[in-house]
Design a protein around this ligand. Structure first.
Ligand code: 5AD
Length: 496
């Protein structure tokens, strides 16, 4: 049986696409190799959102040319956004590549590999499924399946993007918006929950622009018929909450602030399944820059909408994405971004230096902020956000929190006297490591902990007495706790 290996770069959508490639390849008779060296087929699932990510692919392919030369029948596949962006050009530029496959063509991968195996030429398949959009799902886990499904899972609700943010390549690499019927979404979540999943993250490039293509959702409370920014996302959240009562947490990423409408705020106020944390990319705090980025909201609108959310859900935290050094960004513009970070009080922030991308409207603007200035602004931004996070985390010391246990801590692993160290996330998405519970099986449980210490980016916690008394002891070997889906190696978030 041929063996394959997948390396993933980029966002959650790519992580999800890689999971689907695992499924598609396994169904076609491939087995997963222990390492790239043992693989017959190597897939690089790529990101092109910033130039640095794209360069990573190019250097990786350069490195893999040797791997390919070692055996004539080895196959190198490039998937994901660089594949979609470059298509056939990649085959010409880099001779080591055999197959280029776009995000919408994953089901065709085994067929392309089969053609190659019988002597076919290198091939690129990068066609959007505009007429009949496909949303791949994992082969449905059965309720009795052992091992259990992973505690957390991604479920795609839409793909593509109709926004035209001037810096962003995504409309080009992922195509126009296409939505998945709400019945399918609910069915997938119900099957996951029946098999043991506790938390689902709804995925989409602008996830909260969701509309049911079959028109099957009732209008959500608070939804205005004549607000152009209104969508059916709140209605979808309400339907999932009502139809899958066993779900512990329902997250979503990434939303656009434009669709943070009153109906979505109300859904947050009324649905306890929505966690008290939202990632809401703002990109800049300067109206002048927001306009040139074509973000379609002002700073004041962003502040008002997120404030309404925090007022509706006391204690809700926000995180964000910010680009520094966008063309024409002055020191005053950047100061406005810093002041917005303070004003909103983000508890998490991904910051990026502006990077010119092909096919984007901003290519027409001169990339006039020097690299050194971009670096210096990014450092100031991180300094600000680290201080906000540190203050937030230390204020949690001594409090009790509910943590969904996602797995064993990778850094400290199984070793040490305490055995496994469990880790997970609080309802607000803070990472929490649980000390001294190695003898218990906590995987997939929502447990009550008290916060003992704040680390730089996470919390150190202990089970409360009640939680300890209620927990299952871990069986020797611990295989019962292994999730069905692996956590994939992700090379992500270079932070500029
Ligand atoms: N340059 C820098 N950062 C970018 N992002 C998207 N496009 C670019 C670009 N051209 C950032 C945005 C987005 C995140 C996923 O990546 O902040 O929210």
């Amino acid at each position: 049986m041929p063996r394959y290996s997948i390396t993933t770069f980029g966002c959650q959508m790519n992580v999800h696409d890689s999971e689907r490639m695992h499924d598609v390849l396994r169904c076609a008779g491939y087995t997963e190799a222990g390492s790239a060296d043992e693989a017959d087929v190597l897939v690089l699932n790529t990101c092109s959102v910033r130039e640095k990510a794209e360069q990573k692919l190019r250097s990786e392919v350069g490195r893999l040319a040797r791997w390919k030369r070692e055996r004539a029948d080895r196959v190198l596949v490039v998937a994901g956004c660089v594949a979609q962006q470059e298509g056939e050009r990649l085959l010409k530029q880099m001779r080591a590549i055999d197959v280029v496959v776009g995000p919408d063509n994953i089901p065709e991968l085994p067929g392309l590999l089969g053609d190659l195996a019988i002597g076919g030429l290198p091939i690129a398949r990068t066609v959007f499924d505009l007429d009949a959009p496909r949303f791949l799902v994992a082969s449905p886990p059965s309720p009795s399946s052992s091992p259990r499904a992973a505690p957390t899972a991604f479920v795609t609700v839409m793909k593509g993007c109709d926004e035209r943010c001037s810096f962003c390549i995504v409309p080009h690499t992922r195509g126009p918006e296409r939505y998945r019927p709400s019945d399918e979404i609910v069915a997938e979540i119900a099957a996951l929950v029946a098999a043991g999943t506790r938390e689902v993250t709804l995925l989409g490039q602008t996830v909260n622009s969701y509309r049911d293509p079959l028109g099957a959702l009732p209008r959500a409370p608070g939804a205005s018929a004549d607000d152009p920014d209104e969508s059916e996302f709140a209605a979808l959240l309400r339907r999932v909450a009502a139809d899958v009562p066993g779900l512990a947490r329902l997250r979503y990423t990434s939303p656009h602030p434009r669709h943070l409408t009153p109906s979505l705020v109300l859904a947050h106020a009324e649905l306890p399944v929505l966690p008290r944390h939202v990632h809401m990319p703002v990109q800049s705090g300067s109206d002048r820059v927001l306009r040139r980025m074509i973000r379609r909201y002002t700073r004041a609108e962003y502040v008002a909408r997120t404030r309404a959310l925090v007022e509706a859900v006391p204690g809700l935290t926000l995180s964000t994405d910010i680009i520094v050094g966008f063309p024409g960004e002055t020191e005053d513009d950047f100061a406005a971004t810093l002041s917005l970070v303070r004003e909103v009080g983000f508890k998490g922030l991904f910051g990026f230096k502006y990077s010119r991308r092909p096919h984007t409207p901003a290519l027409k603007l001169p990339d006039d902020v020097p690299e050194g200035v971009k670096g210096e602004r990014l450092a100031r931004l991180f300094e600000e956000s680290e201080a906000l996070l540190a203050a937030h985390l230390s204020a949690l010391v001594g409090t009790t929190q509910e943590v969904l246990v996602e797995g064993r801590d990778k850094e400290r692993g199984h070793g040490g006297a305490g055995g496994a160290l469990w880790s997970g996330r609080t309802g607000r998405h803070e990472i929490a490591h649980i000390d001294g519970a190695g003898e218990l099986d906590l995987l997939g449980e929502v447990v009550e902990v008290s916060i003992a210490r704040a680390n730089k980016h996470s919390l150190q916690a202990e089970l409360t007495e009640a939680a300890r008394a209620a927990a299952r002891p871990r069986q020797r070997g611990g295989l019962e706790a292994r999730p069905a889906r692996r956590s994939l190696p992700v090379v992500a978030a270079e932070g500029g």
